[in-house]
Design a protein around this ligand. Structure first.
Ligand code: ADP
Ligand code: G6P
Length: 501
């Protein structure tokens, strides 16, 4: 069977945009942010199909349907909404998804709020998604469910008698056994995942963690295979699982970065901030992104390396996110205090301001202009499924003379380790040294590193990702999926102090 001959039904918590009322009462459609939307948009634009998700509002009514119909028409694929009440949004999205699974799977279990009502609503809402999928799919379709909000959709669909093939991709890390077992609902959740036919993880480390949980917690599980894709048999049902590092539409980024609107903005930024290197951070407001530690590292670099003064500026863009969760709100205050302190410490009145802080959602052209203007990117999450910002920055580095400083705990590190300067995001001095190292790095070395990373991102772009996941889901023989030739076991590269070029 060809992967293109099946109709594709994509299911994710959100539709790829958020609907909100404007002052005059009409609906305004804003593009969604975050790695999931960035990655999946090219998929449906390229192949067509149906996208099922929450439209980002608890309101309903006739004019909402009209707004969605217009959005469907503009998008070129069908959009099917899942309506959630405000209580469901609270307990399912803010609660179970973002106060339990998100911190737990990012190894931050002390931030979890294990409230039983969150779990009950999670099950009910997953059932709602399954109902909409069942009403809009048939046995010949491939249903591809995305991310941690919807781990129970397959088991609900099986209950409804669906015979479609069901795939699942986890965009965030899968935690190690010792952390996963803290989840009060660890058994039903793991068994619900095993109801899918195919599961994708971002890295081999996530796959290894999942495998360890399955082997330990599901006694009847039988595992087969040794390559990139493995299979586990549980009571006669086979589920395949493998690692498929998500990526970007590389060619589109390269093309768009050279558009006149972008290059015009690049020239403006360079004129406003002349004679210095720009260091860029772009993150959703999230405690997993390591923004305070990064600011401390920047402060440390300015303290220990006076040659950076007036010759380096950090532009930190923070995109508002999950503002109704108290920890996110506290993080914003923390970041703003640090930026104020550091600027207070080093600013030269009438001249150099070391940190320019931008707290808003940027238009696409502005984001691309920042990517193109910066010489150094600081991507230092404490833990991250992949981190697309790292890949987007490299794609936009058309001159190939920029440096990526990358956390070894971002999924992207497995792929970009030989080109990036890898850092431990908890090591403030180590990150400060990396900032200085990047600042003084000769062009020849920058180019060699950047070229290597861009080649890898170009070869394994978003279309490669889609195709390899779907092929693995329908392949007859798992040995068609050997481990990548350049695969370096994570523990091995963690032992290396310096990654050889
Ligand atoms: P996460 O998925 O945790 O937010 P990623 O780095 O994987 O982290 O993905 C972030 C995505 O959000 C990137 O594709 C980036 O281009 C996109 N993005 C960043 N800023 C904005 C913005 N202002 N508006 C829309 N998307 C944005
Ligand atoms: C991460 C998650 C996505 C999520 C995105 C934005 O990328 O993996 O599932 O959509 O963050 O977060 P939000 O809560 O605004 O959807």
């Amino acid at each position: 069977m060809n992967t293109r001959s099946q109709r594709l039904i994509v299911v994710s918590n959100r539709l790829p945009f958020a609907l909100g009322r404007q002052g005059d009462g009409t609906w305004k459609i804003r593009p969604g942010s975050g790695g999931l939307v960035t990655a999946l948009l090219p998929l449906l634009r390229d192949r067509g199909g149906t996208w099922i998700g929450w439209p980002g509002t608890s309101e309903g009514g006739g004019d909402l349907d009209a707004a969605l119909a217009q959005a469907t028409h503009d998008a070129g694929y069908a959009l099917k909404p899942v309506a959630l009440t405000s209580e469901e949004v609270h307990n399912f999205y803010l609660g179970f998804s973002n106060e339990i699974v998100w911190p737990l799977f990012h190894d931050m279990h002390s931030l979890c709020n294990f409230r039983p009502e969150y779990w009950r609503t999670y099950l009910n809402v997953n059932r709602k998604y399954a109902d909409v999928v069942a009403a809009n799919s048939n046995a010949r379709d491939f249903v591809w469910v995305h991310d941690y909000h919807l781990m129970h959709v397959a088991s609900e669909l099986r209950r409804l008698g669906s015979r479609a093939r069901l795939g699942f991709f986890l965009h965030i890390p899968f935690p190690p056994l010792d952390i996963f077992v803290k989840l009060p609902w660890r058994f039903p959740l793991l068994r619900a995942l095993l109801e899918y036919d195919m599961i994708g993880f971002q890295t081999l480390r996530d796959r290894r963690n999942f495998l360890q949980c399955v082997r330990t917690l599901v006694k009847e599980a039988r595992v087969r295979g040794s390559g990139q894709v493995l299979a586990v048999d549980v009571n006669g049902h086979e589920v395949r699982f493998g690692s498929f590092p998500i990526s970007i539409d590389y060619n589109a980024f390269v093309r768009n970065a050279s558009q006149p609107e972008v290059t015009g903005k690049v020239a403006e930024l360079k004129a406003l901030l002349p004679n210095r290197q720009l260091v860029l951070g772009v993150d959703r407001l999230d405690y997993t992104k390591g923004i305070p530690d990064r600011l401390e590292a920047f402060r440390n670099a300015l303290q220990r390396y006076p040659d950076l003064h007036e010759r380096i500026t950090l532009i930190q863009v923070v995109v508002p996110s999950r503002v109704d969760i108290p920890q996110y709100h506290e993080l914003k205050t923390h970041i703003e205090r640090l930026v104020g302190e550091i600027n207070g410490q080093f600013t030269r009145p009438g001249g150099w301001v070391p940190i320019h802080y931008v707290y808003r959602s940027l238009a696409r052209v502005d984001l691309l202009a920042y990517y193109q203007t910066a010489q150094i990117a600081l991507v230092t999450p404490l833990k991250d499924g992949m981190n697309l910002v790292a890949k987007e920055f490299c794609a936009c580095s058309i001159e190939e003379d920029c440096v990526l400083i990358l956390s070894e705990f971002a999924g992207a590190a497995a792929q970009l380790q030989r080109g990036a300067l890898l850092v431990n995001p908890y090591d403030i001095e180590g990150m400060a040294d990396a900032i200085h190292h990047a600042f003084v790095m000769p062009t020849k070395e920058r180019t060699a590193r950047m070229r290597r990373m861009r080649r890898s991102i170009r070869e394994q772009d978003i279309f490669w990702w889609i195709d390899s996941f779907l092929r693995a889901a329908i392949a007859k023989d798992l040995s068609d999926f050997p481990l990548p030739e350049d695969y370096v076991p994570r523990d091995e590269w963690l032992r290396d102090e310096v990654i050889p070029l």
